[in-house]
Design a protein around this ligand. Structure first.
Ligand SMILES: [Fe+2]
Ligand SMILES: [Fe+2]
Length: 137
């Protein structure tokens, strides 16, 4: 079974954001577990929808930070957030059309996307904000 494990290497040091990332990890792991136990598409769909809702809240919190700190890479970062929903919606539609189990495909995507996004894009804004807080520049 594939599970996401929290690690200090992806800790930003911003309490609200780290807690939201942990919550996203929990939700993806719950989805992964449901997948292992072969839950039907209707159950998976419910979990995916809940996750999309929570991701909306989380992305908004990050994007508010970008505004507060005038983050120069915000357009690129926000495009990445938008592509997350595009990919999930595309996979959901495909599964509905050809009526195949969506679980494994979406799970693999979520695990990869979230880990890589935090490690690259979120870490990048963390460094920028840390520097601004430290130097005031
Ligand atoms: Fe994030
Ligand atoms: Fe992000």
């Amino acid at each position: 079974m594939q599970l996401l494990r929290w690690s200090s290497e992806i800790e930003l040091g911003f309490e609200q954001i780290d807690n939201q990332h942990k919550q996203l990890f929990n939700m993806i792991n719950e989805l992964s577990l449901a997948c292992t136990y072969g839950q039907p598409n209707s159950v998976m769909l419910h979990l995916v929808e809940r996750l999309q809702e929570y991701a909306t809240t989380h992305f908004k919190a990050e994007e508010d930070l970008f505004s507060s700190y005038d983050y120069p890479d915000r357009v690129d970062h926000e495009a990445d957030h938008a592509s997350f929903f595009d990919s999930i919606n595309y996979m959901r539609k495909q599964c509905e059309i050809i009526d195949t189990p969506m679980a494994g495909k979406i799970r693999d995507f979520l695990i990869d996307w979230l880990w890589n996004h935090i490690k690259s894009k979120d870490m990048k804004y963390k460094k920028f904000i840390d520097k601004r807080r430290l130097t005031g520049l």
